[in-house]
Design a protein around this ligand. Structure first.
Ligand code: AMP
Ligand code: MG
Length: 464
């Protein structure tokens, strides 16, 4: 057996999931497989063929999970419409959901076709790989499998399946679903999630409050990490917020190049709800929705609404603490404090609209980039000010990536595959993103931001 499955989710209330079967696939083909992840999961890569990875050789009956969520602010009951969990793989004491995305319709598909395009699954593979190597907690991609069917989106493309690995796919929206549909189950479900993700809390007296506290903390850490590298998730609906602080659902995500907190790439996010600089207030809004979903626990346990409210009130201070610690590391400041200097520097980023990634590399290694924005008197003044308290190289090197997935390079790589069937550009990008904190002797294109016009017009898409 390739996977060691022990699927505890199936022991929960049957309203929480449906048993499903992946669609039949005639000639599945592995396009990419993540050897490092195979090793981390204790899997024998040689035994992992395309049939197994496409769900054509089942060990047990897969499930699709039910959940709900606020999508762009509106509450909706949902579920895995094109995803199926093959099982929970247990290795070295750790448990992982092995999930197929794009494996066909489920009872939650609505009008969706249950499919995914090969470009969107390769895109998710690339971004999750980059995020993992940027040391950000994330879902991981074990493989992309191409299928022979034609999937119709903006353009017709081959279909694909992504094999996605997470600690679990339980999300804020799963709690919203339980609260709305099977609220009697909420204590049992919450206990399950605590056992699975926050077992250290079992010794605490006030477990449910501590649970909310821990989710808040892991989510804050996740979003602050996004802000560190310029990541814009793009669709922070509550159904895309992991209960364990794992970044996931790489749809319309992209990295910001030129610093602008209003940056949005997602084509449907017309009002900038999920803009780069809105990710903090949206996280708080999402935590408020999670706290609402936990309300039934207030009649079923010792938890009180006031306690949850008081926890939420800690949000701004706790986010600030995490954020300023992160920004100090980016600026190489070894001490506490220096909040004003951080603010002053961020204000410079706002007004200069400089490339976010390269700014910190230029601070660390002056003269690296031939960009007029870095030879201004104001940048010089700030750099001098930082020299006195910061610019510790070691700190900076750990916090500031050399490489991020540059939007135009990602698009070029995906287009190359769609147009010619060649994966060489994508593989080149994956190689660069394998170790994004180490400068490599490479064509400088990997460090160049796209032309400003490219980013201004760049659009990303959901559900492709
Ligand atoms: P997302 O925007 O990826 O979080 O998706 C929102 C919901 O739509 C999820 O419940 C998905 O499972 C579902 N969904 C997205 N694309 C499809 C599709 N092609 N077929 C069926 N369901 C889909
Ligand atoms: Mg989703």
């Amino acid at each position: 057996m390739v996977f060691s499955f022990n699927t505890t989710y199936k022991q929960l209330d049957p309203d929480l999931y449906s048993r499903v079967a992946p669609k039949n696939i005639d000639n599945p083909e592995i396009l990419s497989i993540n050897d490092g992840l195979c090793a981390d999961l204790g899997l024998d890569a040689a035994k992992l063929n395309a049939h197994i990875l496409a769900g054509q050789d089942l060990i047990e009956e897969p499930i699709a999970q039910a959940y709900a969520g606020h999508q762009y602010g509106s509450f909706t009951v949902l579920g895995d419409g094109r995803a199926m969990i093959l099982g929970e793989h247990v290795h070295a004491g750790d448990r992982y959901d092995i999930q197929l995305k794009g494996s066909g319709r489920t009872p939650y598909s609505g009008r969706g076709d249950g499919n995914a395009t090969v470009s969107s699954m390769l895109r998710e593979y690339l971004y999750s790989y980059a995020m993992q190597n940027l040391n950000i907690k994330t879902s991981r991609s074990l493989a992309v499998i191409e299928t022979e069917e034609a999937v119709e989106r903006r353009q017709t493309e081959p279909g694909a399946i992504l094999v996605r690995v997470m600690n679990s796919h339980i999300r804020y929206g799963t709690f919203q679903y339980v609260a709305a549909q099977v609220s009697d189950e909420l204590p049992r479900f919450t206990d399950y999630v605590i056992d699975r993700h926050y077992p250290q809390l079992k010794t605490e007296d006030r477990t449910y409050l501590e649970f909310f506290d821990a989710v808040m903390q892991s989510s804050i850490e996740m979003v602050v990490d996004w802000l560190r590298v310029g990541f814009i998730h793009g669709v922070m609906n509550t159904d895309n917020m992991s209960i364990d602080g794992e970044t996931f659902d790489y749809g319309p995500c992209a990295f910001m190049n030129y610093y602008d907190e209003e940056t949005v790439f997602s084509s449907i996010d017309k009002h900038g709800r999920y803009a780069f600089g809105n990710q903090r207030p949206i996280l708080r809004w999402n935590l408020e929705r999670l706290a609402e979903a936990l309300q039934p626990l207030c009649t079923q346990s010792a938890l009180t609404s006031n306690e949850l409210e008081a926890k939420l009130d800690e949000f701004e201070d706790r986010f600030d603490a995490q954020y300023y610690t992160m920004m100090r590391r980016k600026l190489g400041i070894n001490s506490d404090g220096e909040k004003e200097l951080v603010d002053e520097f961020v204000e410079w980023l706002r007004t200069s609209n400089a490339d976010y990634t390269n700014t910190f590399l230029e601070l660390e290694m002056p003269g690296t980039f031939d960009d007029p924005v870095f030879v201004t008197a104001e940048f010089e003044r700030l750099r001098n000010k930082l020299t006195a308290v910061g610019l510790d190289e070691e700190l900076m090197q750990e916090a500031n990536p050399r490489y991020i997935p540059r939007n135009y390079l990602v698009e070029e790589a995906l287009n190359e595959y769609i147009e010619t069937g060649n994966l060489s550009k994508l593989k080149g990008l994956l190689t660069v993103l394998e170790d994004p904190y180490t400068s490599m002797d490479l064509d400088s294109q990997f460090q160049q931001p796209p032309p400003r016009e490219f980013d201004a017009e760049y659009a990303t898409y959901c559900n492709t």
